[in-house]
Each structure stands twice: as C-alpha cells, then as structure tokens.
Design a protein around this ligand. Structure first.
Ligand code: 2AL
Length: 175
C-alpha cells in the first residue's frame, strides 16, 4: 500500500485500516484524517505522534490505559485485539512458565499501583526476559519519566503496526 492508496481512501476505509494503530484509540486516527493528503506514510505517522505529543498528561495517561496488560487477563481469555495478540505472542508471552506469569502479574500490579496506568512496552522489540528486566528497572522511575517512556513505546508499537499494514501483512482489528 503506498501513500496514493492511503490518500485515496474514504474516511471509513481509513478508519477500518488504521483505526487501531494506537491500541483502542480510533479517535487519534479520526483526528489525523484532517491532515490529508499526506506526502508519505512517514508523514502520516508524524501526524499521529504530533497529536499524541499535543495532549495533556491526562490524555497521554488515557492512551496508556487503553493498552492491555502484558500476559494479563485478556491474553488468557483470548480477548486481545489481533495486533496485541500477535505482539504478545512474538515476545514469548503465550508460552510463559507459571512462575514467569506470576512474576509478570506481580510486577504489572506493582507498576499500576505506583503510577496509576499500565506498564507499556513495544513487545515486538523485546522478549519476555527483557520485559521483566525493564519492568523492574522502570519501577524505579518517577511518574513523569514513565509517562514519557510509555508514550514513546506507544509510538514504537504504532510504527510497527503501520509498517505491517502498509506491507499488507496485518489484518487490522476493526473497532
Ligand atoms: C502491549 C501490547 O498489547 N502490545 C505491545 O507491544 N505492548 N501492551 C503493553 N502493556 O505493553
């Protein structure tokens, strides 16, 4: 899919294809529609990132809260979005030992208690060992550092989703 194809999409098609590039935040896709025509896929992504950066802290926290826990209840119950399921599987989170799952659940819970939003990391750029290490390390940060770090991870997740969509590899979740 090239940028001409993207610019030629109706609003509904654009939302169907790109509505979940930020997990469960189709409003962001709907907002960047106003910036069409895009000169490139990169420029479209840039519009998404600028929109996110323009949000107050409460908006950025809201985006983080739309992300499911890693190895959480939704993974176990099979209710993750297609994108999230693939990402968590690729990071090895579907084949955890019971001890590893308990550790992740405990660290997730400590993180949420401290910061009030979930731990977010680009799972495809990581693996289960690095994720646990990062959780332990990021638990030491202060809330503002984590808000910024989590937001940067959301952008990495978005970048990989857009790449896969434009290659036609990913069948998007329609929200
Ligand atoms: C996720 C997710 O669902 N996919 C990903 O890369 N990271 N969630 C999270 N809490 O980090």
């Amino acid at each position: 899919m090239d940028i001409q194809a993207v610019n030629g999409m109706s609003y509904e098609e654009f939302l169907d294809v790109f509505g979940n590039i930020i997990e469960k935040c189709p409003l962001i896709t709907a907002a960047v529609w106003s910036n069409r025509p895009f000169s490139s896929i990169n420029e479209m992504e840039k519009c998404v990132y600028e929109f996110i950066d323009s949000l107050p802290s409460s908006g950025k926290e809201g985006i983080l809260r739309c992300h499911p826990d890693l190895a959480g209840r939704e993974l176990t119950s099979g209710s993750l979005t297609i994108e999230s399921q693939q990402e968590q599987r690729q990071a090895g989170l579907t084949t955890l030992t019971s001890g590893e799952r308990e550790t992740l659940v405990r660290l997730n819970s400590q993180y949420k208690t401290k910061f009030g939003f979930p731990f977010v990391i680009c799972a495809k750029m990581s693996d289960k060992y690095k994720i646990m290490e990062e959780m332990r390390s990021r638990l030491q940060n202060d809330p503002l550092q984590e808000l910024l770090k989590g937001t940067e991870e959301v952008k990495k997740i978005c970048h990989l989703r857009v790449q896969e969509l434009s290659k036609g590899v990913l069948l998007p979740t329609k929200l």
